[in-house]
Design a protein around this ligand. Sequence first.
Ligand code: F0G
Length: 447
Amino acid sequence: MTAYKSKMVERIHLPAREEREANLEAAGYNVFNLDSDSVFIDLLTDSGTGTMSDQQWAALIRGDESYAGARSFHNLESAVEDVMGFPYVVPAHQGRGAENILYGALVDEGDTVLNNTHFDTTRAHIANQGADPVDCPVPEARDLDAEGDFKGNFSIEEGRKVVEEVGAENVPAVVLTITNNSAAGQPVSVENTREVREFCDEIGATFVLDACRFAENAYFVTQREAEFTDSSVAEVAREQLSYADAAVMSGKKDGLSNIGGFVACNDETLFEQVKQRGILYEGFATYGGMSGRDIEALAVGLREAVEEAYIADRVGQVQYLGQLMAEEGLPVFQPIGGHAVYLDAGEFFPHIPAEEFPGQALVCELYREGGVRCVELGSFAFPDSDRPELVRMAVPRRTYHKEHIEHIVETAKEVWAHREEVTGLEITKEPEMKEIRHFTAELEPRA
Ligand code: F0G
């Protein structure tokens, strides 16, 4: 049951099949090169692409654009304190800006940082410090079909092994990414969060929560963790965040805003260090690269993100999409995550080898068939890794309706029906940095 009605609409359009064919070819078979006007349903990301509420739009008008001491910043501080429980906040233009100012303060050259699974930008910022980002997911995170309520959890056992190898003094931080985006959006339990807290105390590391999707994670906890079935999402969010020393946040996800982010923490010394880096890289400490109106929208969005009706509707829609596809026999990663459904392109196209990018072939087919734009997270985006050939369908918040969801499922069914005819792709042009080639590389179908 939806908790919203529309007050403003945006026209979208499904181009004719010949146009979609031509668009794909002109884009070099890379959907990052498509104009958004030629996309019917855009599932490229759930980041900054959601719909703001009337309350957020109203708050925009109240934006205080003062360079220093802006009222809007104090509203953000109050929201972060009320919803997340942290007294200190340093604003940033988005999540990766927050990562830069936090990890630059915490991490030195030669260090090792542990994470349940590093998101791309997190990995890049740790590496940029000259440190080594190491993933410690639980084993079932890598298994598409494994059962498990909390496949996003951090493996303390793996973490211990790494600490034994590199020495606790070289591990300044342990990060827990909730939900675990790079492990199919799987949630992390509060129990595991407590274990990570103990582990950090044991090795003397700072405990950082990557809280981008903290509300979606809290919702799963209320559904799946026995201790919390009678708790509200807001209570669980506070509880889970209370174990961390600091949080790094992209407001573009569970801040329900189109831009923005921040670092929040409990410790005054860390706050001072991060604040100085914030001034250097993001902007003065009361705006951090955001306009006052963006800050207002984020402050309201954070509070809305833990409202029961919102979050049940949000996660429910993603589950609905995944369940419809699973019922049709399509290969979807189970259990379905909080912000996205992941398709296994390896199962769609067992005849396409990894070097011909089955995931990218699926992304192209989904656009060709129904104007649906998704993102490849397999051998095209992660060269030289043995990751499964996943395609992510990330659902923007409060944006699409049941009819759109049904169109996505119909599109995927059409592709499944002619899967044996689909051929692989080869790269015709790629940038120097292989790690980010999927954003701009061009390809063509193999003959
Ligand atoms: N951490 C996680 C877990 C993320 O998913 C993202 C962004 C970031 C940090 C960086 O935040 O984009 O505001 O700079 N994820 C987006 C995605 C881009 O599509 O999953 P940002």
